[in-house]
Write a protein that binds this ligand. Structure first.
Ligand code: FO1
Length: 314
């Protein structure tokens, strides 16, 4: 099943990582026809484990839009059971990256379809269709891309750092292997070039959005369409709501504030949406020639999420 460009006149394309993007997409899909929404999704966190291809960001968004997400964990399916992991642990297998019994079906399905010759784009469309997700989800590339960390304790894969070490190790550099040679898919290119508005989700700039910007062609489209690009800051008063964005920004020499994120995306964004807690940064941001909208960016409360969606949609 090939994903088709949505048959609607307006398309909003959202560059997306995991949880923050999933929540924003859910709120946006309550404001507009979900068929008008496309998520171009990071694949730098993807891994092969037990011979299975696992795509955490694609799955987090799919499960969230299908209403099946596990809110407590922030990943995986709600009402999950862990019998396979318990057995695997008892066998002395690799059970540190926990795959729930039901979640495993997604990875089995994807891995078999990939082995059959389907692309990640096609498999994503199939999984979305099965779950009744009407937002179009597009992996940025079908090629292998892996975000890796150069740390004080050696080089680590994404999930070794993120889950294995709970992102509690000093990072010296982030490298996205395969990105320079990866080809952005034709579907993602069409979604980026044809959208009426491009949105950068409040995902981690360094490990969710930048791996996509490193795929040749993506950054260039954003730069050319800067006036149509709206970005939501992932930081509130200098802190990330989830994950290590603030810590990583600091460790890699950026300012761990919304202003630091604005500078990180220099030349790519026309309008910034920032949290009320950061209102005092508005002047500094506009002085960089960028428009600013101030609202609540914390989406835990559905009312706030919808308010944010309205601001993003302008
Ligand atoms: N995150 C964890 O903190 N621990 C896990 O065991 C874990 C398993 C897991 C399985 C499937 C999946 O799609 C995601 C999973 N995550 C887990 C989340 C994931 O590692 C990260 O949150 C993302 O990669 C960061 O966006």
């Amino acid at each position: 099943m090939l994903p088709t460009t949505p048959r609607v006149s307006k398309v909003i394309t959202v560059l997306s990582g995991g949880v923050g993007a999933a929540r924003l997409l859910r709120a946006l899909s309550q404001e507009i026809d979900p068929r008008e929404l496309v998520a171009v999704v990071n694949v730098g966190d993807d891994l092969v484990l037990h011979g299975l291809t696992i795509c955490p960001d694609l799955d987090t968004i799919t499960y969230t839009l299908a209403g099946l997400n596990n809110d407590e964990l922030g990943w995986g399916l709600r009402g999950e059971t862990w019998r396979v992991m318990e057995e695997l642990d008892a066998l002395g297998g690799e059970a540190w990256f926990r795959l729930g019994d039901r979640d495993l079906a997604t990875h089995l399905y994807r891995s078999q379809r990939l082995a059959d010759g389907a692309t990640k784009t096609e498999v994503t469309a199939e999984l979305c269709a099965r779950h009744g997700v009407r937002v179009t989800l597009l992996p940025v590339t079908n090629d292998a891309v892996a975000t890796e960390f150069v740390t004080d304790e050696g080089r680590m894969s994404f999930q070794e750092y993120f889950v294995g070490r709970r992102h509690d190790v000093v990072v010296r550099a982030i490298e996205v292997t395969g990105a320079a040679a990866a080809r952005v898919t034709k579907e993602a290119t069409a979604a980026l070039e044809g959208a009426t508005r491009l949105v950068i989700a409040p995902s981690n700039p360094l490990i969710s959005i930048d791996p996509m910007l490193q795929v040749p062609g993506v950054r260039e489209v954003l730069r050319a369409r800067r006036e149509d690009v709206v970005a939501v800051s992932p930081l509130v008063a200098g802190a990330a709501l989830k994950g290590p964005a603030d810590r990583l920004l600091c460790e890699l020499g950026h300012d761990a504030t919304t202003l630091g994120v604005v500078d990180f995306y220099e030349g790519l964004v026309g309008t910034w949406v920032i949290d009320e807690a950061d209102v005092e940064l508005s002047e500094a941001i506009t002085s960089r020639g960028v428009a600013v909208e101030v609202t609540t960016t914390i989406m835990a409360d559905p009312q706030n999420a919808r308010r944010l969606a309205k601001v993003v949609l302008g």
